[in-house]
Structure formats: structure tokens, C-alpha cells
Design a protein around this ligand. Sequence first.
Ligand code: DGY
Length: 422
Amino acid sequence: MTDKKVLIEKAKEILKRNNVDGYTVPTHDLYPFQWNWDAAITALGWMKFDESRAWLEIEMLLKGQWDNGMVPHIVFHKPVDTYFPGPDVWGVKNDIPTTAISQPPVLVSIVKIMVEQATDKALAESKLTEILPKLIAYHQWWYNDRDPENTGLVVSYHPWESGMDNSPAWDESLAAVPPVTYKYKRKDLDHVDSEERPHAEQYDRYIYLVDFFKNSNFDSEAIYKNCPYKVNDLGIITILHKATKDLIFLCKHANTNKQEVTWFNEQLTLTEKGINTLWSEEHKSFLNKDVITQKLSPILTTGTMLVIYAELASAEQINVLKPLLNDWLNETKYCMSSTYAKCEAFEPQRYWRGPVWLHINWMIALGADSYGLIEESAQLKTESEELLTKFGYFEYFNSETGVGCGGDDFSWTAAIALHWFL
Ligand code: DGY
């Protein structure tokens, strides 16, 4: 077999091994349930060799959808004791237990790719008809629940909601959250080196927020009013914006939901205006914002660069962002580090403080393409492929040495490989 064939077979094998009764765990033990944005990205991989299994991944995720439209960040389909905090800690009493927050809503954008790339068109159309109302409800939930004041910028209530859990962009906002004072046992450190995971000070606050949602009876208004952590997270805002454009495309494709399309277009316009309040002349970039203190975070993360994925940067802004993108790409050996290496907080191996994630690099490459930044896009692809071929299918990679970090045999890395390179 050629090297490429070996890699393809290995990626398929990983997805099959991580398959549990119709959903895919990101990796066994460390993440033993179905995660929201992992599931979406993973469906892209299944799409390359088993289309009905790819659709099932999305259907299984939507089984966890709340009545208010929220698609949770974890669906606890069945009990497993290798993860903390599990369903008992979250305290959500739905038929299928879930967490009480969401995750970057890449789901609809993935469904659009699936519809476009499907070889079984009849299957794709029938699945789309089935899930479209759920996707619409999900996006309505984001705008209504997380932007009730129509700023165009949804808020996020937990670093886990960003999917970029331990990003230094959240440090200051998270420090204002009280820590829990009771003892609990983390399980992530049973599976991964502590050098690659968040510190205890952060975990104590992650858990405080989980308790806060439960103690607020998951009441949207109360949480919006009182949550001690409220940020405009550029990763979520941009991924939502792109996905809403894709949702409008899907509604038009299905020739349905004209009223909703009008409303979603209004939300897009609000975000196109609101995003400029996150632009910093001083940092020559868009920045995340703490909504409670109204302060922009000066830390540059790949989340901030995702504005190009959503095509939210103006021509003038892209002229300013291009040199930053080039510098960022060349500052570390591999791809775009999750935190810009010139930021003091940069750590090349620690979770979201500097390593490389392939799905984020794929999204930024798509954004670079859309602005005609062809060389940057090619560099992202070549270096991502090199990481994979040299170091394997890890959760993420040290941006300076390339060494794989976090979980091994990771579903979204295998899926991105199948979708992007192989
Ligand atoms: C974890 O437990 O580390 C997860 O990233 C939460 O989503």
C-alpha cells in the first residue's frame, strides 16, 4: 500500500473504532460521549466512506437537542465512568442527559458540505428535510437566548462552550468567577499528561459555572442576567455567522422557511455591524470581549483569526490582518498556533494555549481562500498534512516540535484528514 492509502485506512479505522452505537466518541476514555462540534467535524470523515453513517452522526447529536432549540455541548448517550463532570454533576433531567451549554455551531456548515458532496442525493435530501427544522431552531436559540439585546454578538457562558477551553483569552474573565471550595476528582489527568491540560485554578471555576447553571434551574433570563462569566467569543460568533449563511442556503435549497430566512438575514446584518466593535486599532486585529467589564482581551488566538472564515473582515481590515497572518504562520514551525507565539501566555503544548488543531487550521484555510490568500491557505494545508504524516492522529500538536498531544486516535483529526488531504 502507498503511504497515502495507509493513512486513509488508518483514519477510517479510527472512526470505526471510536464508533459507539451510531455516534462517535472523540477518543475513548478521555472523551467517552458525543461532543457537539466533534460530531459535526467527524461526520465529514464518515461522509468519505459511509454516507448513511455520517447522517446518523448528526441525527444522534440532535437527539440531545433541548426543547428551546439548544444543541448541547455533550450528549451523554449512555453512562461511562472515565469522565468528569458527568451527567450527575450537570444535573440536566432530560430523557437523554446532556450538558447545559452549547459549543461552536459548525453543525449547519457541515450539513451544507454533506448535502453538496453526497453521492446518494436521495438520502441527503430526505435527511435534510428531517433535520432542517431542528437546525433552524438551533440557530434561533443562539440569537434569541444569547443575544436578547440584539447587539449582533452572541455571548458565551463557559470556556467549554468556546471549545477552546483553556485559551488565555479567557483567563481574566475566568479569574473573576469564584472557585468551588469542595473537593472533586478530575479524570482527565488519568489519561493525559498534566502539562497538556488546564490547571486546577481553572477547573475549580469551570465547575463553579456548571453548578451555577444548575442552581439557576437552567433559566435563560436568570443566567443572562447573573452569570459571572459572559464573553463575546469570536470563535463562536464567526462560526455562527458562517453557519447562518449556510442555513439560509439550505432553506433556499429546500425552498422553504422564507420568513425565517428574512429573520436570519437580519441577524447577519446585526453581526456585520456589531463585529466592528471588536476591532482594535491598537492590536490591528479583532479581539474577544468580556461583556461584564466591557474590556477587549489583548490575546490573539486562532478564534480571533476565524473572522476570515466568516468573511467578516472588510477590505481595509484584511490588508491589516494579512501581515499578522503571515507572521503568525511563520512564528512557529507548524501551521497556526492556537495562541499567537508572540503573546506572553503562549505555551506550545498546553491545551489551547499554543498547540495546533487541524480543524481550526482547515477553517482558517477556507477563510484565506475566500480572500484570495492562496499562499497562506496552501501553507496551512501543507503543514497540517505534514503534522499528520509525521506525528499521527492526535487531538492536537505541539506547534513548535509537531509532537502529538492530548488524546491519540482522535476522531476529528482522522475526519479532517479524510476530508481535506486524502
Ligand atoms: C473537557 O472536559 O476537557 C472538555 O473539553 C469539555 O468539553
